[in-house]
Design a protein around this ligand. Structure first.
Ligand SMILES: *Cc1c(COP(=O)(O)O)cnc(C)c1O
Length: 341
């Protein structure tokens, strides 16, 4: 697949490292676990949205945009990375942040990603929980056109075929690294939300006929809905890349057993997974996405779904800044604060 024909702005530190997790592997006594460090893409502490924004922001520039608009949850990593890329490009950024959790504490509403949104100079509008945030975004875009601006609208998570190109590229990068290292990858696992990461990865993995299986651990939607969203976007992304027909329905696999109460509410298992990675590997996961993704991987290994002798790659999609929005969800932190009171 020839991605060089798409306009792109280099924001990310690439390739991101592909590394073993020896201590976690030993602790679980199962397959060899590897990690693809897309938390290290560089912009404003990094994360998966930066790869998508390389293609999206290039399109914004081609269209002559003077402001970029996007939306996400209050602690959106996508909003923060968009604000950082817009800052670097020298254009304005306006964010719609949706209150999906009702959490009132100051850390959640102002710290973590929200603090960085403001630090990068973005303007922010808050919204109550709303099932049609992309519709809200379109309304704000129309308002800005009325004010004489040239807005470029990015859907939530940067998940459209242009954004997903970033993960087609990531799939080729990963397989290239594995080939160089002589690493036979049996399974790739990651946290899936707005679907662009999984759609791009599967379009890439199938487009180059890698034969590598992909599993998305859902952080929001039920399995059938998530797979439908990913399949639709994966087919559109394949079409865009000139690899139409490469993705089959059975290539799309999501597991929504680890969502818990809902999007943005960390499960006890996710909090355990975050502490496990912090303490065994010195790696920071996040409370909304990668904590649940890793909790899913750990549980599936304990169930025997993945076995000794296999090589599993966990794609770390970033988000650790979100930890600062969830400090009190950690038992040790609540206990410490209670003593201080
Ligand atoms: C957005 C995000 C995801 C999910 O990626 P999608 O492309 O939205 O499915 C996973 N992890 C982190 C940290 C994210 O910010």
């Amino acid at each position: 697949m020839n991605l060089a024909r798409f306009p792109r702005i280099r924001f990310a530190h690439l390739p991101t490292p592909l590394e073993p997790l020896p201590n976690l592997t030993r602790a679980l006594e199962g397959p060899e676990i590897w990690i693809k460090r897309d938390d290290c893409t560089g912009m404003s502490t990094g994360g998966n949205k930066t790869r998508k924004l390389e293609y999206l922001m290039a399109e914004a520039r081609e269209q002559g945009a003077d402001i970029v608009l996007t939306q996400g949850a209050t602690q959106s990593n996508h909003a923060r990375q968009t604000a950082a890329c817009a800052a670097k490009m020298g254009i304005d950024c306006h964010l719609l942040l949706e209150d999906r959790t009702g959490k009132q504490d100051h850390d959640y509403t102002e710290n973590g990603n929200v603090f960085l949104d403001y630090l990068h100079g973005a303007s922010v509008e808050r919204r109550a929980s709303n099932p049609d945030m992309n519709g809200e975004l379109a309304k704000v875009g129309a308002r800005m056109i009325g004010e004489g601006r040239k807005p470029y609208l990015i859907p939530g998570g940067g998940s459209n075929p242009i954004g997903a190109l970033g993960y087609v590229n990531a799939a080729m990068e990963l397989i290239g690294q594995a080939n160089d290292m002589g690493l036979r990858i049996d399974q790739v696992v990651h946290a899936t939300g707005s679907a662009g990461t999984q759609a791009g990865l599967i379009a890439g993995l199938t487009g180059i006929r890698s034969g590598v299986a992909l599993l998305g651990i859902s952080v929001r939607a039920a399995r059938a809905k998530q797979e439908e969203n990913v399949f639709k976007l994966a087919c559109a992304t394949s079409d865009l890349c000139g690899a139409s027909g490469a993705v089959r329905r059975e290539d799309i696999v999501a597991n929504s057993d680890y969502v818990g109460t809902g999007y943005g509410f960390p499960t006890p298992e996710a909090l355990d997974a975050i502490q496990m990675l912090a303490r065994l590997e010195g790696i920071l996961l996040d409370p909304v996405y990668t904590g649940k993704g890793m909790a899913g991987l750990i549980d599936l290994i304990r169930q025997g779904r993945f076995k000794k002798g296999q090589n599993i790659v966990f794609v770390h999609t970033g988000g650790s800044v979100g930890l600062f929005g969830y400090v009190d969800d950690f038992e040790f932190s609540r206990a410490k604060n209670a003593r201080a009171d």
